[in-house]
Design a protein around this ligand. Structure first.
Ligand code: ACO
Length: 440
């Protein structure tokens, strides 16, 4: 991990009549932080930063993101190069192990992903007891935390503390292998079809597609164009530094829980419509626009109206105030995929028109609101046959290596300690208990 340079630079703070100095921390891309770890000790005060807009929670060497310039790199490699040249499993290795794999490392990793791809037969029964319309994200989160009961190599009292590197490697690889089986099983359950087991002769994405779409009466033909599109989508979702779900993984992980519990927390956070759940909300929004005759201006006006809770899903981002580089690639992949599969999705034209209107609207321009990763991804998922309620599960599949990398980095950090923010208390001052008979 990069330590972050200090170089004896300080920022001064005048407070309550005296001045304190706080060290500056500079990252490898010259990002600057003010290390206020001693703030409370020195001044008695804390910082208040709603939504952590100005707060770095850690030093990290996993992902570099510059929202103003639209840059995204995993372990230093531009996401554009990885999407163009790599496969998801290679990027997963890169994120989790910090380096691109050699041929033999990649082969070994792929073999392990196949070896670990089955889930315990007893876990299969859990799926049967979910109600028909259970959301696959709820099932995924529950199944992932359940893995800790079936694969207790993480349990030193079911905690991550004291695990060897080898045990961590087994657990993380096992999780990467099993999540796609769990994801596909939850889809099969939702449509009432029998589960299709993973196959050792298929690669990661092929295997997933086969488990999703094969059935005893139908032999699914794996289309290389679909595999390519899926690899690109998973790569583009693989990490995004300290976003809401990665922070959930780190925060829950900081209590010492096992890997599966921490990742399950990340899955739950991702489900929200302001985060990864936006990919499902975008398609629902576009479908509604289509049903209502395509009056896009009505929705732009609703999004601008502060008394209306409606937001343009797939637009805006905490960090990007420029075009999200992932959305750029997904948009062009969307055109490619529809053309190669010979599909015509009217929602694509609605999305393109909506984007054009928004990008020319003063409200969106002033706030730097651009399409994010979720705006066009759903149109590709539809084209390759993934149902709407599985969109966020697909995001989770892609994001898993990033969560694992963030979790590993946090537990290996010499500064590792439980995360526990402060607050500014604004409730009542001391008052004393009044018996019920005397209350007004
Ligand atoms: N539609 C309309 N207005 C928006 C939108 C939007 N999609 N996004 C932001 N704004 C407005 C806000 O109302 C606010 O306006 P104001 O300054 O007049 O109050 C301003 O832009 C800044 O927005 P914030 O909500 O303060 O930005 P924040 O960083 O807190 O939120 C978020 C980012 C949650 C992504 C937000 O842009 C949003 O809700 N977008 C829609 C949901 C979405 O697509 N989420 C997926 C994000 S990508 C991901 O997580 C994988």
């Amino acid at each position: 991990m990069s330590e972050g340079q200090n170089n004896n630079e300080y920022a001064g703070l005048q407070f309550d009549g005296y001045e304190c100095q706080f060290p500056l921390v500079r990252g490898t891309e010259n990002e600057t932080g003010i290390d206020i770890s001693k703030l409370r000790k020195e001044t008695g005060a804390v910082t208040l930063d709603y939504g952590y807009v100005n707060t770095a929670a850690c030093r990290s060497s996993v992902t570099y993101l510059n929202g103003e310039q639209g840059i995204l790199r995993y372990r230093g490699y531009p996401v554009e190069e990885l999407a163009e040249n790599s496969r998801f499993v290679e990027v997963a290795y890169l994120l989790v192990h910090g380096k691109l794999p050699t041929e033999s490392e990649q082969e070994h990793f792929s073999t392990l992903l196949n070896e670990y791809s089955m889930i315990h037969e007893d876990m299969r029964h859990f799926f049967y007891n979910y109600p028909e319309h259970a959301h696959p994200m709820g099932i995924l989160s529950a199944m992932v935390v359940s893995l800790s009961s079936f694969y207790p190599e993480m349990s030193q009292g079911n905690s991550q503390l004291g695990m060897s590197e080898e045990e961590v490697d087994v657990a993380t690889t096992r999780l990467l292998a099993k999540i796609r089986t769990i994801a596909a099983f939850s889809y099969k359950k939702s449509i009432g079809e029998p589960f299709v087991y993973p196959r050792h002769d298929l690669k990661y994405c092929e295997n997933f597609l086969n488990m999703m779409f094969s059935s005893p009466v139908y032999d699914y033909q794996i289309d290389p164009e679909v595999v390519k599109a899926l690899n690109i989508l998973l790569i583009l979702h693989a990490d995004h530094e300290q976003n809401c779900s990665a922070s959930a993984v780190r925060l829950v992980g900081s209590a010492g829980v096992n890997l599966y519990a921490a990742i399950s927390a990340g899955i739950s956070a991702l489900w929200g419509p302001l985060h990864g759940g936006a990919n499902q909300s975008v398609i629902q929004m576009l479908e509604q626009m289509q049903r209502e005759g395509g009056d896009l201006q009505k929705y732009i006006d609703k999004a601008k109206d502060k008394s209306d809770p409606f937001r343009l899903y797939g637009f805006g981002h905490r960090v990007y105030k420029n075009y999200d580089p992932r959305a750029k690639i997904i948009k062009s992949t969307c055109h490619d995929v529809l053309e190669k599969l010979g599909k015509d999705d009217p929602l694509l034209q609605i999305a393109l028109d909506l984007e054009e209107r928004a990008l020319n609207d003063e409200y969106f321009i002033r706030r730097g609101l651009y399409p994010n990763v979720d705006f066009y991804s759903g149109i590709i998922y539809r084209a390759i046959g993934i149902p709407e309620n599985m969109f966020t599960v697909m995001f989770a599949l892609g994001r898993l290596p990033g969560w694992i990398a963030q979790w590993k980095e946090s537990r290996e950090d010499p500064q590792f300690r439980i995360q526990r923010p402060r607050q500014i208390y604004v409730g009542p001052n001391l008052r004393h208990y009044v018996p019920m008979s005397e209350r007004e």
